[in-house]
Design a protein around this ligand. Structure first.
Ligand SMILES: *[C@@H]1O[C@H](CO)[C@@H](O)[C@H](O)[C@H]1NC(C)=O
Ligand SMILES: *[C@@H]1O[C@H](CO)[C@@H](O)[C@H](O)[C@H]1NC(C)=O
Ligand SMILES: *[C@@H]1O[C@H](CO)[C@@H](O)[C@H](O)[C@H]1NC(C)=O
Ligand SMILES: *[C@@H]1O[C@H](CO)[C@@H](O)[C@H](O)[C@H]1NC(C)=O
Ligand SMILES: *[C@@H]1O[C@H](CO)[C@@H](O)[C@H](O)[C@H]1NC(C)=O
Ligand SMILES: [Ca+2]
Length: 526
């Protein structure tokens, strides 16, 4: 018996916080049943599942063939890179291959023949799947590490990018940032993006080849050296905002900004020794499955969580059909040691038949109506089952009823529309003169000015007269001497004291005309 206790005591800490099983068959007082736990897949070598892209095109050496030499042997430039000869080619895939013992294989860039134009290269690693880093990212450079580079990450399959870490032999000069070390970060700054000088200084190309993103050292801030106190790390990952996301990526991008210089300034007369060469990129991580899967498989070219807890999706990010009584939630590492599965529940399992399509976690019984109804419908839904859209929203035709995007805001133009409701296809009800789905346009012959107003003037029917010009359909700008909405009225007709230039001219013509009439009158008289 004592032995058994000792055995259990010994084993318990090991079993703690592993999160490696999603469920187990247990016997309780009410008979045997499944018990569910938060679970996650094992960490893997993620380089086996990566697709790589090297930019710009033509940055890989060997096409055309090119000579190069090393910082150690700068005057023996007899090495050759030739893409058409397998032994002399250095394609990108050699950053991820399994190397035979003693044989280093590497991707290599062209040399810096265009100096002083910078030698820039991007290496983008994509997984088409969110993964959580569990160990350092280690990039191995042959022939010296870059003197300036940076690492970027994406969380949305490459749509947006964020800096991850900066590397330079002089951080202030290269990036305007003070040099920091991850070891000096504290619990409140564990997810800070830093610039480090540790991996960029010249120490000889054979001595130190690796550039790291220190994931372990950041974990150690919480879990201690040797990562003994993982429970504390898991607790922090749940509670510290942004910490989990810091270690999550779908893509990584290395931006190589300046190659190794051999510890001195650039020697223009021998540019054959400046280039990048990477023999290995180690990325250790696990599929992000939101603690709903302990297996992740590679299917049809993509990683995919094998979801449990009645969840589904590439990251187990939603509930399976017919299991959407509650909103989906990620599993939690807490409480220790087994966490909470936060499983999706079948319709009808909680409150009779009250389906809320995943827009509410709560139902309530309304006594006098004798109905069960969903409470606090989210995602802009309303109704007994959260099956309608709130006022001012309309149904998204391409979304299922249990989709978070099921209701789309009407977005009616406040001035152009009668109210902020819209019909089932998103059309708002417009005030007179306004048009367009959102009533933010004007009908022909109307102009927009805090609403639609009928044109005062235009180029067709309501043309400004007497040389007037139409200002934004709002009014005619009349020349001197004319007035009226369309400048149709001469000021002289009503105003006896015409003293502008044009009215003088007019009076002159009137005078001449009268004189002519007088003369004609004389002629007729004869
Ligand atoms: C590398 O990627 C960045 C964006 O992350 C882009 O601005 C830059 O132009 C790229 N450089 C090359 C050489 O393709
Ligand atoms: C990315 O993964 C999704 C989901 O597995 C898949 O449908 C899609 O085809 C993949 N895209 C690429 C470019 O591999
Ligand atoms: C998921 O649904 C199945 C029925 O299809 C049920 O047997 C199982 O217990 C459910 N799992 C969880 C975690 O709720
Ligand atoms: C409608 O729903 C689909 C599916 O979820 C979503 O991709 C799309 O963005 C939604 N449309 C709008 C306008 O929100
Ligand atoms: C919504 O209103 C627009 C414009 O009045 C109309 O074309 C459309 O058919 C209406 N949709 C529905 C579902 O009534
Ligand atoms: Ca290699």
């Amino acid at each position: 018996m004592l032995h058994l206790v000792a055995f259990l005591l010994h084993c318990l800490p090991l079993a703690m916080g592993h999160y490696d099983i999603c469920k187990s068959w247990v016997t309780t007082d009410e008979g045997p049943s499944w018990e569910f736990y938060a679970c996650q897949p094992k960490a893997m070598q993620m380089k086996d599942y990566v697709t790589v892209r090297v930019d710009p095109p033509g940055i890989t050496c060997g096409d055309p063939p090119e000579r190069f030499c090393t910082h150690e042997n700068p005057y023996l430039c007899s090495d050759e890179c030739d893409a058409s000869t397998p032994d002399l080619a250095h394609p990108p895939k050699l950053m991820f291959d399994k190397e035979d013992e003693g044989l280093t294989t590497y991707w290599q860039s062209v040399t810096w023949s265009r100096y002083p134009e910078p030698l820039l290269a991007n290496i983008t690693l994509s997984w088409n799947k969110s993964i959580e880093l569990t160990d350092d990212v280690v990039v191995t450079f042959e022939y010296g590490r870059p003197t300036i580079m940076m690492l970027e990450k994406s969380l949305d399959n490459g749509r947006t990018w964020h800096p991850y870490q900066y590397y330079a032999d002089d951080c202030m000069e290269a990036f305007g940032m003070p040099a920091r070390r991850v070891r000096d970060l504290s619990t409140t700054s564990a997810n800070r993006v830093i610039c480090t000088e540790e991996y960029s200084r010249w120490v000889g190309s054979k001595k130190e080849k690796n550039v790291r993103l220190e994931v372990r050292d950041r974990f150690a801030i919480f879990a201690g050296q040797d990562l003994r106190n993982m429970d504390n790390l898991y607790t922090r990952l749940e509670s510290a905002k942004g910490l989990k996301d810091f270690f999550t990526v779908t893509d990584l991008r290395m931006r190589l900004l300046r190659p190794a210089l051999g510890g001195t300034y650039v020697q223009r007369e021998n540019l054959y020794k400046y280039f990048y060469a990477i023999s290995n990129i180690e990325v250790t991580g696990r599929c992000k499955c939101n603690l709903h899967a302990n297996l992740c498989s590679f299917k049809e070219g993509s990683l995919q969580c094998e979801c449990e807890h009645n969840t589904t999706g590439q990251d187990c990010g939603k509930c399976k059909k017919n299991f959407r009584t509650r909103s989906w939630r990620a599993g939690s590492y807490l409480p220790l040691p087994n966490g909470s599965p936060n499983a999706c529940a079948a319709a009808g399992s909680a409150f009779g038949n009250c389906e809320c399509y995943g827009h509410s976690n709560r139902c309530s019984y309304i006594d006098f109506l004798n109905v069960v109804t969903c409470v606090s419908c989210k995602h802009n839904t309303r109704g007994q089952h959260c099956q309608h859209c709130r006022l001012g929203f309309y149904r998204n035709g391409s979304a299922e009823l249990d989709d978070e995007n099921v209701c789309i805001e009407c977005n009616c133009n406040q001035i152009g529309s009668m109210h902020d409701r819209c019909n089932e296809t998103g059309y708002c009800e417009c005030r007179e003169g306004a048009t367009g789905p959102k009533c933010d346009d004007c009908l022909p012959n109307y102009y927009w000015r805090q609403g639609c107003f009928p044109n005062v003037c235009d180029e067709e029917l309501l043309i400004c007269q007497n040389g007037g010009t139409c200002y934004q359909n709002q009014r005619c700008i009349c020349p001197d001497g004319y007035k009226g909405v369309l400048c149709e009225q001469s000021k002289c007709d009503s105003d006896k004291a015409c003293n502008s230039a044009s009215s003088k001219y007019l009076s002159l013509t009137t005078f001449l005309f009268s004189a002519l009439v007088l003369q004609l009158g004389c002629l007729v008289d004869f």
